[in-house]
Design a protein around this ligand. Sequence first.
Ligand code: KG4
Ligand code: ZN
Length: 334
Amino acid sequence: MKDVNILSIESSCDETSMAIIRNGCECVQCTVLTQMDTHAEFGGVVPEIASRMHAENITMVLEETLTKANMTMDDIDAVAVTYSPGLLGSLLVGVEFAKTLSLVYSKPLIAVNHIAGHIYANNLEKKMEFPLLALVVSGGHTDLILMHGDYEFERLGGTLDDAIGECYDKVARVLDLKYPGGPNVEKMAREGNHTYELPIPMNDDTYNMSFSGLKSAIINLVHNETQRGNNIRKEDLARSFQDVAVDQLCRKTELALKQYDVKHMIIAGGVSANSFLREEIKKVTDKYGVDLCVPRLLYCTDNAAMIGAAAYPLYLNGEFADLSLNATSTDEIY
Ligand code: KG4
Ligand code: ZN
């Protein structure tokens, strides 16, 4: 069969990214232009600035991607783009750019969900085998998903309130760490010990999870200790938080592996970059003899390679979008 080259675009948050993905699994080129330093000055992503920067940079990112791949639009079989979920203004830049490329170069257009992208990032490492258990951990999602086949998602459960990434970012703020919080909390936790007692969330036999109680407990603890004039041992608090948060994910994962006979487990989303989480989940999958796959760091955080990988099954199925495609901030795949 002839090779299929998909040009993919991701602009849902603060990364302008484009990639060329061959046959859904081989990354020919992936360019990521991050706006992180600009948003760090504000302590978080400023949506208006993010969309403006996407608009300023997206053509240069296309040029760099094609040049580095030594390809032209003639070599491209389809254009894929993240249409949801994310920041509306940011998504719109990518979607309109993709529609223009599709129209001008007569290429089929593929609409990809960002969370499907995080899941399919794993196909860039090793082809996913079904039934598969996916732990989705990002800034907006924390879910356990059973996949029966391509795009066949069954949500077993997940957070009832905050997402784990959101919680990492809030804890980072309380600890005076810079944006993006997650990686900085992980770094700090490595230097500390689990000495603070924190509430254990959802210690039950359901797939429900919760992170807001843990977050509030940390905010209150820091507030109370500061009021009393006591110093916070930040490294120890970061470690105590991370232990409790990751333990909840491990307990729920173990529940699923006990109940379902899966061939493969994957971790998806920005928090999958966390090495402590990767190590702890590996202990659980090893116990149940299940193969664990986690994307390399570049494919854990937002990137267009994962969007090209997620677009491939849609390409094979002829599931194309037309020029009426619109960006939406909250579409869910499961
Ligand atoms: O998937 P992602 O890049 O964006 C969304 O789709 O939401 O995830 C971003 C989230 C942020 O909350 C960030 O703090 C968190 O992933 N994150 C981490 C780490 N790297 C990124 N959290 C904990 N440890 C990390 N190493
Ligand atoms: Zn993401």
